[in-house]
Design a protein around this ligand. Structure first.
Ligand code: FE2
Ligand code: FE2
Length: 551
């Protein structure tokens, strides 16, 4: 079905197209009223015109209604067509119609007509045809082609069609709404997926904040996006992307303006330029603020400001920011719990080690130095941060089994008897037993048990050999031997570094793993410095513990 569209936009808009049939075209095809008229025509198979409900002017009509008839008798009764209605005129013409969506404040109607009985030659049609310049023959042909029907049937058709078109429209609106919702949800889920996929506890808070910021700024059309975080008390960060019309200090002031706000909900403001708040923060036109909370504690905010191209922020942006803030808050909480747990564990380990140091003041500080040296060796071997943490703890705890060895044997300055030596050799297995009951310390067990194994299999307690000795233990063995030889004892002073290194050269591949010895030589100066620094402070601590160093 084609419709002639011209530039004529007069009220009646009746023009003469090339084929000679006059069509009213003062309404564009795309407006909802015309679309609905077309749907109604297609569902009822009735032809229609789009009529101004006030004046009765014909504004648009289908080709089937070659004559835009609007008799005075119908013009006077237009308000009846507010609902599906059929009006039969004495002339033998039947008009039917119903209401259409209004256009630019104009009430519109879909109205059509047909013969109410076969063979009728209504007066209005004759006059209309004459005005349109039709010949008698053309009029006769046209009348012969016209449909006729019973008013009740037409009314029923109209009511059914009207109802279905209404339902179709509702469904279309619903579908459009749902697709928009699905699209937004998809965008939100893909963003959250990207962020949560990279949330390992080992990643720092700022790292995760940067990731969130990057994704949010790419998804939300904002002039500027920021994440404000208070990681530790008094330690704040404010990474941002884009342009911000305020500094970190002003942000705190801005957020303080919403002190009364219920922070479980986002703050959304548009058109701020003309408000008091906008005057206080020049350049700020619109914003969304959500709170990053860890339970009841607020750790920061995510802010988007100045919606692009003068647009407005709404529930979509607020919901996205809220979801990211909630994930960030949970992650922060986890990181803080992890830190607390780690500090608790370290505190426990240190108190265990100080018990050991108190038993044998001459070797006090040894565990700490072994831990630091082993960590340095691991770092030079490019081990991951988690492994370095475990190596450090294992260093602190490697001799913890000595807690179970008689103090007199530990402190004995001279040669040990075989039995005493055996008693001391029991300490790695004893340490393993003590710690194996503590689940959080399981990662350090290989180092504690095997730090006296030799690379050639002559060590204890299990006589392990080569790569069969856990790497952590092979690293600890080098660190432990270095500090043991380097430290002073009541019966001897510490061995000079060059003498230790000669022994290392000789023992590489026999007592120690040659690869770890190589790593030692790569960082020998750093190791010497660490041991020097930690020996001084340990002596000070020792002098407080017992008065023996003064003697
Ligand atoms: Fe040991
Ligand atoms: Fe040791």
């Amino acid at each position: 079905m084609s419709t002639q569209v011209t530039d004529d936009h007069s009220a009646t808009g009746v023009v003469e197209p090339a084929n000679g049939s006059a069509l009213a075209t003062s309404l564009p095809e795309s407006i909802p009223a015309v679309q609905r008229m077309r749907q109604l025509a297609s569902l009822t198979t009735l032809p229609f015109m789009c009529v101004d409900g006030g004046s009765g002017d014909v504004l648009f009509r289908q080709e089937e209604l070659a004559l835009g008839l609007m008799p005075e008798a119908i013009r006077e009764r237009l308000d009846e067509f507010d609902v599906p209605q059929v009006v039969v005129l004495d002339s033998g013409l039947m008009f039917y119609g119903t209401r259409l969506p209004s256009h630019e404040g104009r009430g519109l109607l879909a109205i059509g007509y047909m013969l109410s009985e076969p063979g009728a030659r209504p007066q209005d049609v004759v006059i209309g045809a004459a005005e349109a310049g039709w010949s008698n023959e053309r009029l006769a042909n046209w009348l012969g082609e016209q449909r006729h029907s019973h008013p009740q049937i037409v009314k029923r058709l109209l009511e059914t069609g009207d109802g279905r078109v209404g339902r179709n429209e509702l469904m279309e609106q619903e579908i459009e709404h749902l697709s928009r919702h699905v699209e937004q949800t998809y965008e939100e889920i893909s963003l959250l997926h990207a962020v949560t996929g990279k949330m390992q506890i080992s990643r720092g808070v700022l790292d995760i904040a940067d990731l969130c910021l990057e994704r949010l700024h790419a998804s939300i059309p904002a002039g500027g996006t920021l994440v404000y975080l208070e990681d530790r008390p008094g330690q704040t960060h404010m990474p941002y992307l884009g342009e911000l019309p305020f500094s970190e200090d002003s942000l705190v002031r801005l957020v303080a303006r919403f002190d009364d706000h219920d922070w479980s909900q986002p703050v959304v403001r548009n058109h701020m330029g003309r408000t008091l708040l906008g005057a206080e923060f020049p350049g700020l036109e619109s914003l969304v603020i959500v709170s990053i909370s860890e339970g009841s504690h607020r750790s920061g905010w995510i802010v988007c400001c100045n919606c692009a191209e003068g647009g407005e922020f709404g529930s979509v942006e607020a919901s996205l920011l809220n979801s990211v803030a909630s994930i960030l808050g949970t992650h922060l909480r986890n990181i803080h719990l992890y830190r607390e747990h780690d500090e608790l564990l370290l505190g426990f380990v240190r108190s265990l080690v100080s018990t050991l140091d108190a038993k044998d003041p001459y070797t006090a500080g040894h565990s700490e130095r072994v831990a630091l040296v082993a960590r340095l060796l691991g770092k030079a071997m490019h081990l991951p941060e988690g492994d370095l943490h475990d190596i450090y703890l294992a260093g602190l705890l490697h001799d913890i089994g000595k807690i179970g060895v008689d103090d007199n044997i530990l402190r004995k300055p001279g040669d040990l008897t075989d039995e005493e030596y055996k008693s001391i050799q029991a300490h790695p297995a004893l340490g393993y037993e003590i710690l194996s009951g503590l689940k959080n310390l399981h990662p350090v067990l290989p180092g504690v048990r095997s730090h006296h194994e030799s690379y050639n299999g002559t060590g204890y307690p299990d006589g392990l050999q080569g790569e069969g000795i856990p790497l952590m233990a092979r690293i600890l063995a080098v660190a432990d031997s270095y500090d043991a030889m380097n430290s002073d004892r009541p019966y001897r002073t510490g061995m000079p570094v060059d003498a230790i290194e000669t022994i290392f050269h000789r023992g590489a591949g026999h007592q120690w793993d040659a690869k770890v010895i190589d790593v030692y030589f790569g960082i020998r100066d750093d190791i010497a410095r660490i041991c020097r620094d930690h020996t001084r402070s340990d002596r000070t601590i020792l002098s407080e513990l017992s008065g023996e160093f003064q003697n």
